[in-house]
Design a protein around this ligand. Sequence first.
Ligand SMILES: C[S@@+](CC[C@H](N)C(=O)[O-])C[C@H]1O[C@@H](n2cnc3c(N)ncnc32)[C@H](O)[C@@H]1O
Length: 261
Amino acid sequence: MTEPSAAARALARLYDLDLRDDPGDLDLYLALAARSGGPILELAAGTGRLAVPLAAGGHAVTAVDNDPAMLARAATRRHAAGRAAADRLELVEADLLDLALPSAGTFQLGFVALNSLFLLATRSRQRRVLEVLAAHLASGGLAAVDIWLPDPDDLARFDGRMILEYARHDPETDHDVTKIAAARHDAATAVVELTSVYEEAGPGESPVRWIRRDALRLVGADELVAMAEDAGLRVEQIGGDYGLEPIGPGSDRAILVARKP
Ligand SMILES: C[S@@+](CC[C@H](N)C(=O)[O-])C[C@H]1O[C@@H](n2cnc3c(N)ncnc32)[C@H](O)[C@@H]1O
């Protein structure tokens, strides 16, 4: 695994602090895994927030990410989950856009969680994500992709203004952390340029600042369905929440569940 920089390690740790409030999506993937069986492929798996508990739940999981600092945290989490879970979880450092695992064609479930699709911030890359997912599934395997559907008020806030996201204590470092973010939405490209600024300090220390810049291309539910169909998947459900209640007016997520014929 590539040795991550201090900034990359800090940003990976702060990613987990961002997600201290559980998004509540694990039960969805446990239910899909119960439906499909394993092995399971997670693309853009990050720090193993979902992959580790899926492995602990008895499934063979392959978790792919291109950020070694995120994967280092996933490895720590895997170790903490015990020997049996650790044996079932393979961490792969790779760009998912080029992914061609030797086990392609065997996965019973493949998924891209929590808006990760947006980070592949062009339409052609996002289409490629669905193609890679489809190529790695076994015939009859399930694909799931979870995206946020911002409403007009959300988009109106993406005008470049700085917003205080949180002030939190990080128990891992005993640091107080303040996060400020500014986002700018380009309606022509559907791309949101997001800058996240974290300042942290331990008791009596001078603050340290870390900055992350992301480009996120927003995708609507219709476009997600089209991407899945173009990748050869048969769409079975579009949920509007993690309970997979059908999407409708006011839904703030689209969760696509599709099957490889
Ligand atoms: C929002 S995080 C999601 C992590 C995890 N799925 C979760 O739900 O907590 C997105 C992840 O996508 C990864 N990522 C972005 N572009 C990627 C690429 N081209 N190949 C592999 N991973 C990528 C990032 O490194 C990051 O860890």
